[in-house]
Write a protein that binds this ligand. Structure first.
Ligand code: AMP
Ligand code: GLY
Length: 429
């Protein structure tokens, strides 16, 4: 099989790495890919967002299956473009991708099928949103830009002052452009977060191993929200009972509601859940693998990934075995100075070769590039995902941090407490 992976971050490196390990894959192409992915396949220049050009590349390279990493191309309708040209692609069409592309639409759909979530209100007019926020009690609220904002359009506001500030940034200053034409204001849920990635075909929905992300920049879940500073899998907090409840009360109803609305959804459905005192509730849906969740879920997957992706496209998901290793995986993201704000690029990175020799460790590139002399330099906010597998979570943690210690670039920072909560839960910390 000839495969094209679309995107060039840590998630896409993990996808390419897993696909390259399949005996069925004969050629692997990555558009645009990154220096880490260059060691697995052939890089194809281009922009993931330019969906017509991606389809041209897939046709030219005689690709059997294209796997899309990021949400942007899905929301822009890469699924429809490929379908119209008779090209096979893994990922939902634009109609289904609205689950991530419009938070208001997603909330309305969830309400329509009784899926548990926070109380919410949707506003198109800043004045109305302001009145609503002023009329509320002092309780914290979450203000969200409706559209795609690269994970930055969500503000958890402690009080009305912060909420009004967020509203101004999103709706009036248009910090996230058109994504902020509409806002969703939500009740602030409390509990522990878990990321559940599921595969969806025309008839069924199957959960993959659960993971936990670390959204905040600093240890102890302090500081601003980021794209994710690390992850681990499995997530001991997500008990089998909870998984059954999520299947019956969240995943199945949403998949059915999509079908009822005539939306053919084939791909990944990622449910960001809050495990609250009154049960699991949906924070958000994403329509692709999580980043960095993919970097810990895919290394634990024992089943050939191409088999799973094809089963989804052919509506055979209920008949395949989906097997995960009992090993634990953790991913520590090392980030550029200044991230999640603005950051420099072109900083020389050292120590990768030594780090990659630590037992159980795989280095996923996220924001790296080669400079003119061929040296590896930083080229993004999240630079690398240092992933380790281990027979226990504790061992995986030790391995990942041993590897991180070998890596350096000026101003590099990372969280030192990835998976600590699970270790405490296991009574091991
Ligand atoms: P989202 O992009 O919607 O997942 O939001 C990013 C992060 O904001 C989530 O991972 C949560 O940490 C937080 N968040 C979003 N919605 C809520 C909510 N209703 N209550 C509490 N926290 C939330
Ligand atoms: N890790 C959060 C996301 O992929 O959206």
């Amino acid at each position: 099989m000839r495969i094209l992976v679309v995107g060039g971050g840590g998630r896409e490196h993990a996808l390419a790495w897993k696909l390259a390990a399949s005996r069925r894959v004969t050629r692997l192409f990555c558009l645009p890919g990154n220096p880490g992915m260059a060691e697995l396949g052939e890089l194809v220049p281009g922009a993931a967002e330019d969906v017509e050009a991606v389809a041209d590349a897939a046709a030219r390279l005689k690709v059997d299956l294209t796997v899309v990493g990021p949400e942007g191309p899905l929301v822009r309708g890469i699924g429809e473009v490929f379908a119209a040209r008779g090209l096979r692609l893994f990922g939902p069409g634009a109609a289904g991708a609205r689950l991530e592309g419009s938070k208001a639409w997603a909330r309305e759909l969830m309400t329509g099928c009784g899926v548990p979530g926070p109380d919410f209100a949707v506003f198109d007019e800043p004045a109305r949103a302001r009145d609503y926020l002023l009329g509320r009690s002092a309780a914290p609220v979450v203000v969200k830009a409706d559209g795609l904002a690269a994970g930055k359009g969500v503000v958890v506001a402690r009080d009305a002052v912060e909420a009004l500030e967020a509203l101004k940034t999103i709706m009036e200053d248009r910090a996230f452009g058109e994504a902020g034409r509409r806002v969703v204001v939500e009740e602030c849920l409390e509990g522990e977060e878990v990321s559940v990635l599921a595969l969806v075909d025309g008839a069924s929905i199957r959960q993959l191993a659960p993971a936990q992300d670390h959204k905040r920049l600093l240890d102890g879940d302090r500081g601003p929200n980021t794209g994710g500073m690390g992850a681990y899998s499995p997530a001991p907090v997500y008990a089998p009972d909870t998984a059954r409840q999520v299947q019956a009360q969240i995943l199945e109803p949403v998949a059915q509601e999509l079908r009822k609305r005539g939306v053919a959804y084939r791909g990944v459905l990622y449910a960001g859940l809050m495990l609250t005192a009154s049960g699991p509730k949906v924070l958000e849906f994403n329509v692709r693998f999580g980043d960095p969740e993919a970097q810990v879920v895919l290394p634990r997957l024992k089943t050939d990934l191409t088999e799973l992706l094809e089963a989804v496209l052919e509506d055979r998901l209920d008949a395949v075995e989906v097997e995960f290793s009992r090993q634990a995986a953790i991913c520590v993201v090392v980030a550029s100075p200044g991230y999640p704000g603005s950051y420099p690029s072109g900083l020389p990175i050292s120590g990768l070769e030594r780090a990659s020799r630590v037992t159980g460790v795989t280095l996923f590139h996220a924001g790296t590039a080669r400079d003119a002399a061929g040296n590896l330099v930083t080229a993004g906010g999240r630079v690398l995902g240092v992933t380790a597998l281990g027979g226990s979570l504790r061992l995986a943690v030790e391995r990942a941090y041993e590897a991180v210690a070998y890596i350096s670039f000026p101003g590099m920072h990372y969280r030192r407490d990835i998976a600590r909560r699970a270790l405490v839960r296991e009574g091991e910390a």
